[in-house]
Ligand binder design. Structure first.
Ligand code: NAD
Ligand code: UDP
Length: 319
């Protein structure tokens, strides 16, 4: 028995989940990472094996989920997250958002644990309000290809609020905007690993559409800080966590070419169905409630991330 607070992190072997494992261990928590490795990578947490207070459980959270002993907190981050992953795994994505969230909320109720769920800017769909505030209800195509992710996350929020209202479970909801950093998969299809990989290999950068669509990229350490503060706050309603620095995808491609010193050209490909035209978080609530705002600008974050990807591209194993 330890008297450290104990946190379960689902999706703990994924990109964001593995950074959360690092942070909560550093803060003196006991950490149980749970993952079925459907899109994650055990390498992301291999440096934690054997570390006091760290346990890894291979488990699919769409099935009955249990953790021995007391549990104080749950961070529910299990879900395919990149568009090519959830387009390849539509049913698993719907199941983890719906059945998985149900299991996790049931576990939280049983253990009287506080649970924070990882929602997304995708609940706003292709937004008609810009920037996106938490009181915007969104513009989502429920039967489109991306709908499997968007609707799973919207259902997840709905289920979470129901468990809070009916059973009094202590819940927190973070709406995460595009996040990047070391431990993203080079082949996950998201724009940043795609562009950096292409630039480092000297291939053309695959800009979808005319590149006029916008995104706002947040470095992973800033996201983790926001999540940590939200978990320990009293805020029940959803909070956007993201970096408001907005850029068009075409300018982003040019920025990556410049930062990598690549001679790659830009190649234009068709725009995928329902690709949001704009995305930028309004972080007024995060600032007011959590005293949080991002600290790492895109230039610095990209430099760190490019260093990581250089080692991946050149085949050096990562910790
Ligand atoms: P990721 O794919 O790297 O991590 C997700 C992890 O969940 C993987 O390790 C995967 O194996 C695991 N997983 C999936 N289904 C599971 C299941 N049924 N049981 C157990 N484990 C399962 O993705 P990520 O970028 O780290 O995203 C983590 C969470 O944050 C996701 O819930 C995602 O929707 C959310 N999010 C991420 C971003 C972002 O920009 N990275 C933006 C918005 C929301
Ligand atoms: N995108 C692109 N080239 C790629 C991958 C993505 O131009 O190789 C675009 C995509 O169409 C979208 C933006 O980059 O407009 C961000 O895509 P990503 O898959 O990273 O995440 P999203 O924000 O769409 O969930």
């Amino acid at each position: 028995m330890s008297n450290k607070p104990k946190v379960l992190i689902t999706g703990g072997a994924g990109f964001v989940g593995s950074h959360l494992c690092d942070r909560f261990l550093a803060e003196g928590f006991e950490v149980v990472a749970m993952d079925n490795l459907i899109t994650g990578n055990i390498q992301n947490i291999s440096h934690l094996f054997g570390r006091e207070g760290f346990t890894y459980v291979k488990h699919d959270v769409t099935n009955y989920t249990f953790v021995e002993g007391e549990l104080d907190y749950i961070l529910h981050f299990a879900s395919p997250a990149s568009p090519i992953d959830y387009l390849k795994l539509p049913i698993q994505t719907l199941k983890v958002g719906a059945l998985g969230t149900h299991k996790i909320l049931g576990l939280a109720k049983e253990k009287k644990a506080r649970v924070l769920i990882a929602s997304t800017s995708e609940v706003y769909g292709d937004p008609l309000i810009h920037p996106q505030r938490e009181d915007y209800w969104g513009n989502v195509n429920p039967i489109g290809l991306r709908g499997v992710y968007d609707e799973a996350k919207r259902f997840m929020e709905s289920m979470t609020m129901a468990y809070h209202r009916v059973h009094g479970v202590e819940t927190r909801i973070v709406r995460i905007f595009n996040t990047y950093g070391p431990r993203m998969r080079l082949d996950d299809g998201r724009v940043l690993p795609a562009f950096v990989g292409q630039a480092l290999r000297g291939e053309g950068l695959s800009v979808f559409g005319d590149g006029s669509q916008t995104r706002s990229f947040c470095y992973v350490d800033d996201l983790v800080e926001g999540i940590y503060r939200l978990l320990l706050s009293d805020e029940i309603m959803p909070v956007n966590i993201g970096n408001p620095a907005e850029i068009t995808i075409l300018d982003f491609a040019k920025e990556i070419i410049a930062l990598t010193g690549s001679s790659s050209e830009i190649l234009y490909h068709p725009l995928p169905e329902d690709d949001p035209k704009v995305r930028q978080p309004d972080i007024t609530r995060a600032r007011a409630i959590l005293g949080w705002e991002p600290k790492i600008d895109r230039h610095e974050g990209l430099k760190r991330t490019i260093e990581y990807f250089k080692k991946q591209v050149h085949g050096v194993p990562q910790v």
